[in-house]
Design a protein around this ligand. Structure first.
Ligand code: ADP
Ligand code: MG
Length: 323
């Protein structure tokens, strides 16, 4: 049973508790349990317990017990005492919080360029501006519209992948070829940055079982990051290596690096080590979240290694196809 079930006698001593109840309340699978009053010390929880022991049924009460949130139902027993059923809402609440944060983040990210677009458009409509200023304002409007476009494109990608409807169409893909293609799409930016691509293909790791479009999107996102966060004259290396259960494909750069405290969170949506720098450089904060989802849809995994000042490596492992 997923629900925790506890039966107590008229004085609140636990007569029986199922394994789920023990787990939810943080007790081991066997051994004695304290009385109800001790188990439910939060005030709201104590009220529920008292009511049940007085013989009043309790219907769908939410209890916030600090670490966990429960939905509680209780029924008095004819012999005195009560049965309590605990339904764990903790994960549901966490997901709701994630969704709320996400909506808040999206709104904020859209609002900034939108404010700028309407501000400049109003100025153009209102005041007589000379040709040069007009041109400059239009440029700002366009770059903000593009920023919104990138954000909406990334959001659509993310929702398409996350919906679970998207499945990779696997084939044997030549990593070096896809890496060169991805880099070619960024060639202008790479040339402007004076950053070059090198390939380091391990033996037995020339090909991966992947969706070719997805692999291209993964590598493009990682290379874009490397370009964005690597000073002129730097180097980006696409390396592959055989690992136990598949092929690791990594993009390494010798750029700014990511401070250690940020590393565990960079695959989260909208998480950035330096938000203003990312925005300035045209980032949406969604690139690595998209990479993670794409790779995980292949049954793979992602990881990042970095040291501030000595570059970054983001690695994606694509598992071998089933024999
Ligand atoms: N190669 C890299 N070098 C330094 N920092 C990086 C690199 N790749 C990612 N990051 C950090 O991780 C954050 C999240 O990356 P990502 O999801 O692609 O968003 P962004 O749109 O900002 O590129 C970036 O804002 C940056 O702080
Ligand atoms: Mg990015």
């Amino acid at each position: 049973m997923v629900e925790g079930v506890i039966a107590a006698d008229g004085r609140g001593r636990i007569v029986t508790a199922n394994p789920a109840a023990r787990r939810l309340l943080g007790y081991r699978a066997s051994g004695p349990l304290p009385d109800l009053a001790e188990l439910f010390r939060v005030k709201a929880a104590r009220e529920v317990v008292d009511a049940a022991l007085r013989g009043e049924p309790v219907q769908d009460r939410q209890l916030d017990m600090g670490e966990r949130v429960f939905l509680v139902n209780a029924r008095p027993l004819p012999t005195g005492g009560a049965v309590l059923v605990l339904h764990d809402l903790t994960e549901l609440r966490r997901l709701e919080a994630v969704r709320r944060d996400f909506v808040a983040n999206v709104s904020h990210e859209l609002k900034t360029p939108l404010t700028s677009i309407s501000g400049y458009a109003e100025t153009l409509l209102g005041d007589a501006t000379d040709a040069e200023t007009t041109h400059r304002f239009l440029g700002t409007i366009l770059s903000n519209a593009r920023r919104m476009q990138r954000l909406v494109d990334d959001l659509l990608d993310l929702s398409r992948i996350e919906s679970g409807r998207w499945q990779p169409t696997l084939s044997e893909v030549d990593v070096a070829a896809v890496a060169r293609e991805s880099w070619a799409a960024l060639a202008a930016r790479a040339a402007a940055h004076g950053v070059e691509l090198a390939l380091d293909i391990g033996s037995g790791a020339e090909r991966v079982a992947a969706d070719p479009d997805a692999l291209r999107q993964v590598l493009t996102n990682l290379m874009e990051n490397s370009l964005r966060y690597t000073p002129a004259g730097g180097r980006v290396i696409c390396m592959t290596k055989r690992v136990e259960d598949g092929v690791a494909v990594g993009i390494h750069d010798d750029g700014l690096g990511i401070p250690r405290e940020h590393l565990p969170r960079i695959f989260e949506r909208f998480y950035r080590a330096d938000a203003s720098r990312s925005r300035e450089e045209g980032g949406t904060g969604l690139g690595l979240a998209i990479v993670k989802h794409l790779v995980e849809a292949h049954g793979g995994r992602v990881s990042a290694e970095s040291e501030r000042g000595s570059g970054t490596t983001v690695t994606c492992v694509f598992p071998d196809p089933p024999a």
